[in-house]
Design a protein around this ligand. Structure first.
Ligand SMILES: C[S@@+](CC[C@H](N)C(=O)[O-])C[C@H]1O[C@@H](n2cnc3c(N)ncnc32)[C@H](O)[C@@H]1O
Length: 539
């Protein structure tokens, strides 16, 4: 069973597939107000030929006039463009490919920051940008050659969402199109971008977004660049409030801060603070890294600490804080890959919840008998994962855990073998859209029924795997009701041996987790991923 001898350098994997849908925000044709292509006015900020030769990377060879101008190599914009093309053509994952591109091209500092901001910002915003492009062109975006469309989107992002001067945004994009797509295409790009540059984003939105009175979902979809089905799902998940939905969608478009976890017994928050991190809001094991490469923090480089969202830390902590009578030595992570939660579970299983036990550092009510308790250490973790290459990543992340490749819906162990079980189920990831800029365009609601079946099977298996009196944490990185309350509700209806605990009472340091008994984290409320937690005790 123990697979600890089996390390390696397997690349990180990920879920999700399918082509990016274009124009997915879905406002066009459905009540978009105001001007169309023909009506979009010219003039204003972008008057005349798009000015070139200024701003970052827009320098031109001048003077003699005989030779054609030599294009300047603009490394940051070319890298951003290559990332957009890889996402479209090869279904690349932006957050995995970008660091590799930056390394390969030796981009660092300002150039690396610019390339990343331009690429991620364009991917996040393209639902809005396509509506604006449609209003500035006689061709619908889906009729535009994808390499040209990506370059124009990159230009629109610079015009509407960055401080790049308009002449530089237009000029560098036209140069890029001329070099990478063709001279004819560059004229089209120039014409579209000049029209886009006549208005600010705030001025464009009332023109291209549906009237909120007629189509509130469509308005939010275009304004905040999300597909309609995701806006609907998130509106339902926040309880129907459109203002809160808007706040959530806006938070999805923000760059998430880098949060570190100090794995207990292996590192400490004090060590992370000494390395330049800042105190975190909720988790006793977290610190925020305001700038710099997390890999340059010694504790991270040595796998004693890691990058981990605060909500991911807290759902692990909540599972370990539930009092359990009798033996408490066998823990299971049923869906462990790539190993973020297993890394923290393994450290707490081994060394205990050090922050919870430290004098003066316990959260209020952090003592039994029924409130949160601080685990003392001395348990063994079994980390199970379906995919071999992801199981190898778990092995690299953990120190003491046993790691196996197994189908968690048909496990080899006997029922009731474990005292605590984490099931962090595969899901749409709608709670982590901040981190995966292209994910919102890739996810497909038609995958929900299959995911729902798998989630129910995995939760059922987790409940069968825990002994009477033991506890299961059901976690998703999605607030979608079909993946959260509906899954737990269905599984609980079919059995009479499970009690839902009030998950919020095991996280006394966090407010705003919902009406219970389950806990829901939110990007716009907590600054964390939209993580869901149900704590279930087996009778
Ligand atoms: C949301 S991810 C888990 C993330 C992980 N807990 C972490 O914090 O890094 C879900 C994982 O479940 C795995 N998985 C999917 N189906 C499974 C199954 N039938 N049995 C076990 N693992 C499965 C996926 O390969 C994926 O690695």
């Amino acid at each position: 069973m123990n697979d600890r001898g089996n390390g390696g350098d397997a690349p990180r994997g990920g879920s999700g597939a399918g082509g990016r849908s274009r124009g997915g925000a879905g406002g066009r044709g459905a009540g978009g107000r105001g001007q169309s292509a023909a009506g979009a006015p010219g003039g204003g900020r972008g008057q005349g030929a798009a000015p070139r030769g200024q701003g970052s990377g827009g320098r031109r060879a001048g003077g003699k006039g005989a030779r054609p101008p030599k294009p300047v190599h603009d490394a940051a914009r070319n890298t951003a463009y290559d990332l957009l093309r890889a996402v479209d053509e090869r279904d690349a994952y932006a957050n995995l490919l970008m660091p590799a591109l930056l390394r390969e091209r030796r981009l660092s500092g300002r150039d690396a920051g610019l390339a990343t901001e331009l690429a991620y910002g364009t991917l996040r915003g393209l639902g809005t940008y396509d509506e604006i492009i449609a209003a500035c062109s006689d061709r619908a975006p889906e009729k535009v050659d994808p390499p040209l469309l990506d370059a124009i989107r990159l230009g629109v992002h610079q015009l509407l969402k960055t401080r790049v001067p308009p002449h530089a945004a237009v000029g560098t994009t036209v140069d890029l199109v001329r070099m990478r797509v063709g001279v004819g295409a560059s004229k089209y790009a120039n014409a579209v971008l000049r029209k886009v540059s006549t208005r600010s984003l705030e001025q464009w939105l009332p023109i291209v977004a549906p009237d909120p009175a007629d189509d509130p979902i469509g308005n939010l979809a275009v304004t905040h660049s999300h597909p309609r089905w995701i806006v609907t799902a998130l509106r339902d998940a926040v309880g129907g409030d459109f203002d809160e939905t808007a706040a959530l969608l806006a938070a999805d478009n923000e760059r998430p801060r880098v949060t570190l976890v100090a794995r207990p017994g292996r590192s400490s928050v004090e060590e992370l603070l000494a390395a330049g991190a800042e105190p975190a809001r909720y988790s006793p094991y977290a610190a925020y890294l305001p700038e710099g490469d997390p890999g340059a923090v010694p504790a991270v480089a040595e796998s004693r600490a890691a990058v981990q969202d605060e909500a991911s830390q807290l759902v692990v902590l909540a599972l370990t804080r539930v009092p359990v009578e009798g033996a408490d030595s066998r823990w299971l992570d049923l869906c462990a890959g790539p190993g973020g939660k297993a890394g923290l579970l393994d450290a707490i299983a081994t060394h205990g919840d050090e922050a919870g036990r430290a004098p003066g550092r316990s959260p209020e009510g952090h003592e039994g008998p029924s409130g949160p308790v601080a685990f003392a250490g001395g348990a063994d973790l079994l980390a199970a994962e379906l995919q071999y290459h992801r199981a190898r990543l778990v092995w690299q992340t953990t120190r003491k855990a046993s790691v196996i490749t197994v189908d968690g819906t048909a496990p080899a162990w006997r029922p009731g073998s474990f005292d605590r079980v984490m099931v962090d189920a595969p899901c749409t990831g709608l709670g982590a859209l901040r981190r995966r800029p292209e994910a919102r365009w890739r996810r497909d609601p038609r995958g929900l029924p299959d995911l729902g079946r798998l989630q129910r099977d995995l939760l059922t298996s987790a409940l069968d795997s825990v002994r009477p009196g033991g506890v299961v944490a059901y976690v998703t990185c999605s607030p979608h009701l079909a993946e959260t309350a509906a899954v737990v509700g269905d599984v609980l209806r079919r059995r009479d041996d499970v009690e839902a605990l009030d998950a919020r009472s095991y996280l006394p340091e966090v407010d705003g987790l919902g009406e219970g008994p389950h806990a829901q984290f939110w990007p716009h409320r907590h600054g964390t991923d939209g993580m869901f937690l149900a704590l279930l005790r087996r009778r």
